[in-house]
Design a protein around this ligand. Structure first.
Ligand code: NAG
Ligand code: NAG
Ligand code: NAG
Ligand code: NAG
Ligand code: NAG
Ligand code: NAG
Length: 432
């Protein structure tokens, strides 16, 4: 950079030098960035293998055409390697497909979680309440983790510590929100005095999982639980104290699904847009008021009741191109996972929502993400999306379906493994 600074009269050589220094700085930055993100892999051999260069390539921005690469150093060469393999499939839905693939493998090999065994499993510790209904995600996580090989009995080998309280189970026992806060605080304070692990980082390598709406607030009794620990929650709205780079958005998935997954069925999708539900939020009231009489959009401010016919609600998802997902009493909604499952492009209508896995998946490749004010242009926005673009979104949507399904036992790349991957990414930030 200094070379450029002292050059008083820009000659063509100076421009060239400047351009080359800028390029080198950019490349060195990118390579160091890649190196840092791979550092966790602890594998020196990997860093010199061809895969490294392809990762560097995948994070490389498009370079100006007229750049002369010259006889650069090895950093320069590393980005000019030939394309090999076909990543276009993956590149459609992941921000960094190769980093995800390699780092995911690494997670499977290395990631270890210590689960505190304190607390009576018959009350609300260790075991989930059930694997169905609105809060099924919480139950699946508890069960999948317990049955996984991520769990270690040796706290010294643990990357993270799990605080195994189920808010859903507490609610099942009729415990008030105020009392939940006290129970969570007392439990964690018990762990603090009994074990040395919490105090080492004031909870930064500990995590807490809840899908129940009040679960996030149940952590309020202990400031460090909010400030330091990773909270994995179903209601990740920026305006309720969710901390995006620390906390993790848990997808709300209402399982089991009534009907099989949709896919390769765009010829059957003849309705432009669909929403049916309760008007329990401002955005839903507006959505219904503005569009209820519009024939091209199927918007109704009542849930379709069972008397209408068997699974009529679910079947609408198969026939629709775009399913509108406005926040209700909470910004999250099982409707998003329903839309993904049934192959209907979710249209997110929300001002503040940290979408699940949005640091891994590029939501714009399989969803339409809008602000609440866009509700007035909704029809035009959807009509403006060409059939080709819709087909592309739909194709990508089918690719991400597996990430929004829970299984028992868990299967690779399902919702459980995606959450574990999010935790794995966060554990790099804090080390004891
Ligand atoms: C990669 O795959 C896409 C679609 O599957 C195809 O159109 C493209 O030609 C492939 N590219 C290479 C280099 O194989
Ligand atoms: C909350 O806990 C207190 C003390 O254990 C108990 O007396 C009270 O009934 C509980 N309230 C609710 C609503 O559960
Ligand atoms: C951790 O810190 C708390 C509060 O300072 C203290 O009460 C507790 O005894 C400490 N735990 C251990 C194991 O030393
Ligand atoms: C389209 O709908 C028809 C009638 O419901 C059904 O029989 C057919 O299987 C559907 N096609 C696809 C590709 O899902
Ligand atoms: C929709 O139609 C109903 C019945 O005709 C009417 O009462 C209502 O005002 C209409 N809504 C809008 C937004 O035009
Ligand atoms: C739809 O597309 C037209 C033509 O490209 C553009 O003028 C208009 O602003 C778009 N409308 C919306 C709501 O995006």
């Amino acid at each position: 950079m200094s070379a450029a600074k002292f050059q008083q009269q820009p000659s063509s050589a100076a421009v060239c030098t400047l351009r080359r220094s800028l390029l080198t700085v950019a490349i060195v930055t990118l390579v160091s960035f890649t190196y840092l993100s791979l550092k966790s892999l602890h594998s020196p051999s990997l860093l010199s293998s061809p895969t490294t260069t392809s990762i560097a390539r995948s994070v490389q921005p498009s370079l100006p055409e007229d750049v002369d690469y010259g006889e650069g150093d090895s950093a320069e060469k590393s980005v000019v390697v030939e394309r090999e393999g076909n990543e276009s499939d993956e590149a459609d839905v992941y921000h960094l497909p190769k980093v995800f693939r390699l780092n995911y493998e690494e997670m499977l090999k290395r990631f270890k979680v210590y689960v505190y065994s304190d607390g009576d499993p018959k009350t609300y510790y260790q075991t989930p309440r059930k694997l169905t209904g609105k809060y099924a995600s919480e139950g699946y996580f508890f069960q999948n983790l317990r049955d996984s090989k991520f769990v270690t009995d040796d706290p010294d080998r643990a990357d993270l510590f799990f605080i195994p309280i189920s808010c859903h189970k507490m609610r099942g026992k009729g415990i008030s929100y105020e009392n939940m806060t006290v129970i969570v605080r007392d439990y964690v304070e018990g762990l603090m005095s009994k074990y040395p692990y919490w105090n080492r980082t004031l909870g930064a390598d500990h995590f807490f999982v809840t899908c129940h709406d009040v679960g996030v607030r149940a952590t309020e009794g202990l400031p460090n639980l909010i400030k330091n620990s990773i909270r994995v929650v179903c209601s990740p709205s920026y305006d309720v104290g969710f901390i995006p780079h620390k906390d993790v958005a848990l997808p709300q998935v209402l399982q089991p699904f009534a009907l099989p997954a949709g896919g390769n069925d765009i010829e059957n999708r003849t309705t432009l847009g669909f929403w049916a539900g309760h008007r329990n939020s401002k955005i839903r009231v507006i959505l219904a008021r503005v569009w209820e009489n519009e024939t091209e959009l199927d918007i109704s401010n009542n849930r379709i009741n069972r008397a209408t016919g068997h699974l009529v609600y679910q079947k609408r998802f198969y026939r629709t191109k775009f399913c509108i997902c406005p926040g209700g009493s909470q910004v999250n909604s099982a409707r998003i996972a329903d839309s993904i499952h049934y192959g209907c492009i979710p249209v997110i209508l929300s001002n503040y929502y940290d979408l699940p896995f949005n640091d891994i998946l590029n939501w714009h490749k399989f969803a339409v993400v809008l602000k609440e004010k866009d509700v007035y242009q909704l029809k035009q926005i959807l009509k403006n999306i060409t059939q080709e673009e819709f087909a592309r979104l739909h194709n990508n949507l089918v690719k991400v379906q597996k990430h929004f399904h829970w299984n028992s036992p868990a299967v690779s790349h399902d919702a459980f493994h995606m959450i574990m991957y999010e935790l794995w990414l966060r554990h790099h930030v804090v080390k004891y």
